[in-house]
Design a protein. Structure first.
Length: 83
């Protein structure tokens, strides 16, 4: 029987993957590319000026958000701008 010396610092899955990838045949396992979301939810972190208690207030999903703009149109409850 051949003596197999296990390399430290790698898990079994890593060793299996390296062995499978060896040689010709290209990528053997699926590589995930398809990110589901294109926007993030805007979250305001609100802090109480008296007791310093913090809470998170989520708003809509948007690609672009400005807080406290001077424009007359697009004003929301927080003075932000959704586009």
């Amino acid at each position: 029987k051949p003596v197999f010396h296990k390399k430290t610092g790698k898990a079994q899955g890593d060793r299996r993957y390296e062995k499978k990838q060896k040689g010709f045949g290209g990528q053997t396992k699926p590589v995930f590319h398809k990110k589901a979301k294109t926007t993030k939810k805007i979250v305001l972190k609100l802090e109480c000026s008296k007791c310093k208690a913090k809470r998170m207030k989520p708003i809509k999903r948007t690609k672009h958000f400005e807080l406290g703009t001077d424009s007359k149109k697009g004003k929301s409850e927080y003075g932000g701008k959704y586009r």
